[in-house]
Design a protein around this ligand. Structure first.
Ligand code: ADP
Length: 383
């Protein structure tokens, strides 16, 4: 057994004196080994304990080193076997290598040679172990990811159905109700309506994220002026900012700027950024801007806020599905409230959408002061 590396070594040699001299040599190298006096004894020990390396003499009575090697490799091909052979019988060493031996050491055995061969062998074993650990944890990660996707798909489906029923009956109820049912009733209706919409939109996001691959196959490339899309997002969100006494400003002082991307997808991505800006800003301004970066043939879309900001060490994590910087218990119910509801999938969806449209997303933030999210897209030419 190696003291430093936890590598188990078995030494098979029939002559006791020689065996002991090899053990001494290993001792010099700070290695130790269990010993066996012949091939059969060695094979028996291998049945009882795991060895990483077997060092065996080739020339032994009963079953010789070559047969021992064959049986070891049959039992477990991962065990590394180093054979020791006389210089005159070097061809035996070569056929041992062909049978899977790691290397051979010629007699008279020198400490230097043993050191080189064993070092190489131990390095190989340690590298294999590391690879195996990596492979195992990779397989585990893939399994966990599959489970997560399955969980999302099932939860999504199970939530979508009852929610659709609720939506349907709620709409029916709304048609049945007296038109002058009173302010209080209208208020209740509007709350239920908004909550249903929010739940629908959360479920849609979860669905889109889990089935983005299908999303891609239905992806459409549209040529359009990015300013039009930004104006649409501005118009549909303005009301939520007014309700929270926040300013939403649109800075589009460039002329028409064309991009060729899936318009519906990009709309969703920009809307997510704007809604996040709303959600994580208590007071101040959210600014939407479009910039023509002529020398790079790119279009920059920025959403800046004067909100809570993001700690520097969390900037990469926020794009991970279900990651939220703040404690989830801080969520209030509505997505349009300060620190309102969410499930941490918005930004991962934005990230996927932008990647699928050959763009990039960047974020700059000062914790406590505000954040700027930038979507970078290739500029297109109007035909
Ligand atoms: P959520 O539904 O929780 O908003 P997202 O994926 O959209 O999920 O965002 C992930 C996390 O990134 C959020 O929980 C929040 O902590 C942080 N974050 C996103 N946008 C902003 C922003 N504009 N300002 C501050 N923090 C933000």
């Amino acid at each position: 057994m190696s003291i430093e590396n936890n590598v188990n070594i078995l030494l098979i040699e029939d002559e006791e004196d020689i065996r002991e001299s090899y053990v001494d040599m290993l001792g010099f190298l700070n290695l130790s080994a269990d010993t066996a006096g012949n091939g059969l004894e060695g094979l028996k020990m291998l049945e009882q304990q795991h060895y990483d390396i077997v060092i065996t003499d080739l020339n032994m009575p009963e079953i010789d080193g070559m047969e021992t090697l064959r049986r070891i490799k049959k039992k477990n091909a991962e065990i590394e076997v180093i054979v020791i052979t006389g210089f005159a019988t070097i061809e035996n060493a070569i056929s041992a290598m062909k049978q899977g031996a790691f290397d051979y050491i010629t007699k008279p055995v020198s400490l230097e040679h043993v050191k080189i061969v064993l070092n190489k062998c131990i390095q190989k074993i340690l590298a294999n172990r590391e690879n195996k650990e990596l492979r195992d944890s990779n397989t585990q990660l893939i399994e966990i990811n599959d489970l997560k996707n399955k969980f999302i798909t099932i939860t999504n489906h199970e939530l979508r159905t009852p929610l659709a029923v609720l939506r349907g009956y709620f709409d029916l109820l709304e048609m049945e109700i007296d038109t002058d049912a009173g302010e209080e009733i209208s208020e209740y209706y509007s709350i239920i309506n908004n909550t249903l919409n929010e739940m629908m939109s959360m479920i849609d996001n979860m669905h889109d994220l889990s089935s983005l691959k299908n999303f891609v196959s239905t992806q459409q490339k549209n040529l359009f002026d990015i300013n039009d899309l930004m104006n649409d997002v501005y118009r549909e969100n303005k009301i939520f900012f007014e309700k929270r006494n926040l300013d939403l400003i649109m800075n589009n002082n460039s002329g028409p700027l064309y991009v060729r991307v899936d318009r519906k997808m990009l709309h969703k991505a920009v809307r997510e950024l704007v809604q996040n800006a709303l959600k994580y800003t208590k007071e101040g301004t959210v600014t939407l801007a479009v910039k023509d970066v002529e020398n790079r043939n790119q279009v920059f879309i920025t959403v800046s806020d004067t909100g809570i900001g993001i700690p520097p060490d969390k900037l990469d994590l926020i794009f991970e599905p279900f990651y939220e910087v703040q404690d989830v218990l801080h969520h209030s119910t509505s997505r349009t409230d300060f620190m309102g509801g969410g499930i941490g999938v918005g930004l991962s969806l934005v990230n996927e959408i932008i990647e699928f449209n050959d763009g990039e997303i960047a974020v700059e933030s000062v914790h406590g002061k505000g954040s700027t999210f930038t979507i970078i897209l290739p500029k297109a030419k109007k035909e």
